[in-house]
Design a protein around this ligand. Structure first.
Ligand SMILES: Nc1ncnc2c1ncn2[C@@H]1O[C@H](COP(=O)(O)OP(=O)(O)OP(=O)(O)O)[C@@H](O)[C@H]1O
Ligand SMILES: [Mg+2]
Length: 583
């Protein structure tokens, strides 16, 4: 038997792949060039970019000798010595620029002509008599960029270098700012911080250069962090190494602030909920607060504390269902106490794939908490809630699905045709329809956010789950029972008019799922309270038409309806008296 020591080699093709395939985007490649310029001690870096080419020019030290060209330019992967560069790590980054086009590098007396696509790993090195101060890289792109794409690339590059340590210009516009001159929420030895609980992304700049924008839930807050000290990043330079001691301190600081902000806030956002749940699952939540963390989101988007699960047994017959936000049928089931719902985002928040796993995770987190908490903390009222959850939910919660609920709640929307309607319903419909046209005209007049409204035809219908529904374009069905509110006079009419407004703000069908985003609520809020009062105008007309039609058909007009006529009279007279007094 013979054994020999052998070592791995590298086929040149691997290098070729490394150069061509490490490249992400052109803007990332340009960022590599900027980082190299900073490493070369440049005081500025000028970039030009158009649809066919780019250049990067800096006034740094350049390649000082033939040896440097051989070791650092010609050879990929030559190790760095500790502390010889801020950003440079792998001696690979330049390959990204080479992947996008033929590169001509001019640096001091040297010129390197690299054309990976056509000449592979061979390049031409020329030595000039004259010295170029700094380094300039000019490239002709292998694939031209579409003009629309160009804008996107520029914007992204702007973001990448926003806080670079040296001025970076793009086609003569300055892209970067000095963090020292900007306004921050606070700073410490490690970083400048601008944090907000309402932002969904946290942009992290490693010494001024963007590492990535992270989902704010990962750290508990969104905003911007510019580090003052080097943070350790991964090979792809798009994430922070979890072991990095500098970033750990920064992270603690963010968490501290997020914690303070979260405790003060009565309404949490998803990022904050995600963060609280992470601590909860790790058994690190404060036991006095754990059970009351409002991190369950139901089908309506409302949030509930975790210990709501303890009341599912007696309030909802022990039934729990997981559904996407806005499921009409489940909304109704929950309203009627048939089942409690959590939405799919909640499941994700708890890292669970189904309802059973979700409950199991809560149970196990509560168990962890019990083991680590001092015993006296456990026997407070809130500690007891955690103890109860630690026993699990198997006895009193059953996970059900939509089929189960559909036995109790029909999700049918039945449109009534004209011949289905009673004489009374026809009169109701007449009044609601007219008020609907009045509403649309009034909404258009508000000019709110340039929104557009179509005249939609109104019908009556029956449904167990909805007050009204729409196809989002030309029809609205008002639930017949809901329309009967009009018999109560103006207050009823106002409710119906609000329902109509709700339907007009849906620009798609709302029968299956019925999700309301922020802009929906904002619109609903602003329009229902608009000074022109479109809802009030529609409601007033609804009552008047209803009373008039009843009279015409020789039907009794109730006192409730007459109140409106009376109120008008009273107001008119009050105004008259006031005017007389003024005169
Ligand atoms: N603008 C420049 N001015 C002077 N030297 C440069 C410039 N750009 C690159 N170099 C030299 O070329 C080397 C290789 O650059 P490259 O970007 O490939 O690797 P790196 O910056 O060392 O490491 P990394 O792979 O992390 O970017 C650098 O280490 C530096 O010595
Ligand atoms: Mg580099």
């Amino acid at each position: 038997m013979t054994s020999t020591k052998r070592s791995f080699g590298m086929h040149p093709n691997l290098l070729f792949d490394v150069i061509l395939r490490q490249a992400g985007t052109l803007q990332k490649a340009l960022l590599e060039g900027v980082m190299n310029a900073i490493d070369a001690g440049a005081t500025e870096c000028r970039i030009t970019l158009d649809t066919h080419s780019f250049t990067l020019q800096d006034d740094g030290r350049g390649f000082q000798s033939h040896q440097e060209i051989e070791d650092f330019f010609e050879t990929f992967g030559t190790p760095h010595e500790e502390g010889d560069a801020v950003y440079g790590r792998f001696r690979m980054g330049r390959g990204q620029m080479m992947a996008f086009g033929r590169n001509i590098w001019r640096s001091r007396q040297f010129e390197m002509d690299v054309d990976i696509k056509n000449s592979g790993l061979d390049y031409a090195l020329t030595e000039h008599a004259d010295i170029f101060d700094g380094t300039r890289i000019s490239a002709e792109l292998y694939e031209p960029i579409a003009p629309s794409e160009l804008e996107r690339i520029k914007n992204e590059l702007r973001k990448f270098v926003a806080w670079a340590q040296i001025p970076v210009t793009l086609n003569d516009d300055v892209l970067s700012r000095r963090p020292e001159e900007a306004k921050w929420d606070f700073e410490d030895d490690n970083a400048w911080y601008s944090l907000s609980a309402d932002r969904s992304q946290l942009a992290v700049y490693n010494l001024g250069v963007l590492v990535n924008s992270f989902w704010s839930g990962r750290f508990g807050m969104g905003g911007t962090i510019v580090t003052k000290r080097q943070v350790e990043i991964n090979f792809a330079r798009n994430d922070i190494q979890s072991t990095c001691p500098v970033f750990r301190k920064i992270q603690d600081e963010i968490k501290k602030r997020a914690g303070v902000a979260t405790k003060k806030k009565t309404k949490l956002n998803d990022a904050e909920r995600d963060m609280l749940v992470r601590d909860f699952l790790a058994g690190e939540a404060d036991i006095q607060e754990a059970a009351k963390l409002r991190v369950l989101t139901d089908v309506n988007g409302r949030s509930w504390p975790i210990d709501k699960l303890l009341s599912v047994g007696h309030q909802f017959g022990g039934k729990l269902i997981v559904v996407p936000r806005g499921d009409q049928m489940v909304e109704t089931a929950q309203r009627r106490g048939i089942a409690f719902s959590i939405d799919e985002a909640t499941l994700e928040r708890f890292g669970a794939t189904d309802g059973h796993a979700f409950l199991a995770r809560i149970q196990s987190a509560c168990n962890t908490m019990m083991q680590t908490m001092p015993r006296n903390a456990l026997f407070t009222a809130k500690g007891v809630l955690v103890q109860r959850m630690a026993r699990g939910f198997a006895d009193h919660i059953e996970i059900v699905d939509r089929d189960y609920l559909s036995a109790f709640v029909s999700s049918d929307y039945i449109a009534l045709t004209h011949k289905d309607l009673t004489a009374d319903q026809k009169i109701l419909l007449d009044a609601v329809s007219t008020a609907n046209s009045v509403l649309v005209t009034a909404l258009r007049r508000t000019g709110y956010e340039d929104r557009e409204y179509t005249q939609r035809k109104v019908y009556l219908g029956t449904s167990e789950t909805a007050l009204a529904w729409t196809d989002g374009t030309s029809n609205i069905w008002v639930e017949a029972e809901h329309a009967r509110l009009l018999r109560r006079g103006y207050p009823g009419a106002y409710q119906i008019a609000l329902t109509l407004l709700h339907e007009h703000l849906h620009s798609g069908p709302d029968t299956g799922t019925h999700e309301h985003d922020h802009s929906f609520f904002q619109g609903f809020h602003d329009l229902s309270g608009h000074p022109a009062d479109p809802v009030g105008v529609a409601a007033t007309r609804m009552v008047k038409i209803f009373a008039a039609r009843l009279r015409r058909h020789g039907k009794k007009v109730s006192a409730k309806l007459l109140e409106q006529d009376d109120a008008d009279l009273v107001i008119e007279e009050t105004l008259k008296t006031a005017e007389a007094q003024d005169a």
